[in-house]
Design a protein around this ligand. Structure first.
Ligand code: NAD
Length: 316
């Protein structure tokens, strides 16, 4: 074991075989953390972690025994495992509650019981804040507009309560719309657009494409923010927005995807707006900048170009 390994200790990443997990695990290993992953492989894949020096536990975050076992010898926790789909949460709110509320409570409570101080939770900006008019920041009142958003709000509330009641150093990080490599299994806009660009099918836009805008954050920038949440000297119960502060309309996003794929004239089809989807969700990240040193460094065209390259090699 190197001195750096000893200093960083071992970090448990729940959901570490998913999109964000696969990127975060790589970053933590590079920074000298030893890493254990707990994942049920619902949406994630062990292939995403192939060749990495990671201790892998296949299991369910709702199973207390499994979680307690996975926490043995752990110094810090990043809790990413969740059902991440807004649409699926509207179709089956009970299933979403089970994974995201019961599961998050089990991970948090077992972390407390194991005497581990630091837990970073993957919350959400858009789904939790609803269509709050900008500027949206950590002081804005959460108004979830989907069961998924409500589940993340509950998680944040428990993190805050556990910080005050038990002195835990819990940190909630609210992600913008994250994109990047290892996201081939996701149903997010960029994955769908890239697949359409490759197959020749029209790109589908729900609504007009110009009246809604979202904040797109490249996954490497996100992971830098999560890592800072694990190590920075911040008070328990903190909440940070990990976002760019830049709103991109769907139409602008489609144009950027077409640009990086070298297909500027690709056909576009317009369909009606879907319930539960956020219309505006860009957030300021001033607090994350001040307390975590978080600043996004990869702009949309650069991030999309890197993602397109990964898709060409691994998905398309
Ligand atoms: N991707 C985004 O834009 C975004 C935005 C806001 C918040 N988030 C949050 O970030 C986290 C990671 O999202 P992602 O995009 O990597 O999604 P993902 O689906 O790729 O990863 C989630 C992982 O959790 C695992 N998992 C699901 N249920 C589990 C269970 N019961 N027990 C153990 N493992 C389980 C899955 O197998 C998967 O590997 C989620 O909490 C999500 O809500 C993501």
């Amino acid at each position: 074991m190197s001195t750096t390994d000893a200093a960083m200790g071992t970090t448990l990443v729940t959901g570490g075989a998913g999109f964000i997990g696969a990127n975060l695990v790589r970053r933590l290993l590079t920074s000298g953390h030893r890493v254990r992953v707990l994942d049920l492989l619902v949406t994630g894949s062990r292939d995403y972690l192939a060749g990495l020096d990671v201790d892998f536990v296949e299991g369910d975050i709702r199973d207390r025994e499994v979680v307690a076992g996975a926490l043995k010898g752990i110094d810090r926790v990043v809790h990413l495992a969740a059902s991440g789909s807004v649409i699926a949460s509207i179709e089956d709110p009970a299933a979403n509650f089970s994974t995201n509320v019961d599961g998050t409570f089990a991970v948090l409570d077992e972390t407390r019981r194991a005497g581990i101080e630091r837990l970073v939770f993957s919350s959400t900006g858009g789904a939790l804040m609803g269509n709050t008019p900008p500027p949206v920041n950590e002081q804005s009142l959460p108004k979830p507009i989907s069961p998924y958003g409500a589940s993340k709000s509950v998680g944040e509330a428990y993190l805050h309560a556990y910080a005050v009641s038990y002195g835990m150093r819990t940190v909630a990080t609210r992600f913008a719309n994250v994109y990047g490599p290892y996201s081939g299994h996701k149903a997010g806009a960029i994955t769908v657009f890239f697949k359409a660009l490759h197959s020749g099918e029209p790109i589908v836009i729900y609504g007009t494409g110009s009246d809604s805008s979202r904040d797109y954050l490249y996954v490497e920038d996100l992971c830098a923010g999560i890592e800072a949440g694990l190590t920075a000297d911040v008070p328990g119960g903190s909440v940070y927005h990990l976002a760019t502060g830049v709103g991109t309309t769907v139409k602008e996003l489609v144009e950027a995807c077409c640009r990086v794929a070298g297909k500027p004239d690709h056909p576009i089809e317009y369909r009606p707006y879907r319930r539960g989807e956020v219309e505006r969700n860009f957030a300021t990240y001033d607090l994350a900048k001040a307390e975590l040193g978080f600043t996004p460094t990869v702009d949309l065209d650069e991030g999309l170009a890197r993602t397109w390259d990964w898709y060409l090699q691994h998905v398309l």
